[in-house]
Write a protein that binds this ligand. Sequence first.
Ligand code: FES
Ligand code: FES
Length: 161
Amino acid sequence: MKQQLTLRVNGRDERVLADTHHTLLEVLRRELRLFGAREGCGVGMCGACTVLLDGQPVSSCLLLAHEVRGRAIETVEGLAQGEALHPIQQAFIEHTAFQCSFCTPGMLLATKALLAENPNPTDEEITDYLAGNLCRCGSYLAIVEAVRAAAERLRTAAGAS
Ligand code: FES
Ligand code: FES
């Protein structure tokens, strides 16, 4: 059964028509044409579909769209400010922390949540936090370096403000 939903995505209210069984991932990709969240396993195991829900990383393939009405949803499309990439995106590019980039949107969002909680994580804490985000290309070492660099950049920016 289709129903009208209003979802709060990247700070904007988006009205969509969705079946009650449609997942958040399906609605983001099919209705809102936001393709950053990727469909990998479809069963909550790979992290490719990660988005932030009220600031926390979640697997959008496991959530029904109608369940997240009124919650703040953030996708990778919301990270950059106009032409200016987010410091985490800049760090991933500078450290070449990807190969095919399939996992990258999920990694970026999980990193944002990590650094909001823990601005100065150790390598072990980074690895633990990102354990639910799989990278089939095996870019893990570069990803940890990029997260560390992003953390430093964000701390410097916070200190300067
Ligand atoms: S597609 Fe959602 S966790 Fe793999
Ligand atoms: S860069 Fe290819 S899956 Fe991570």
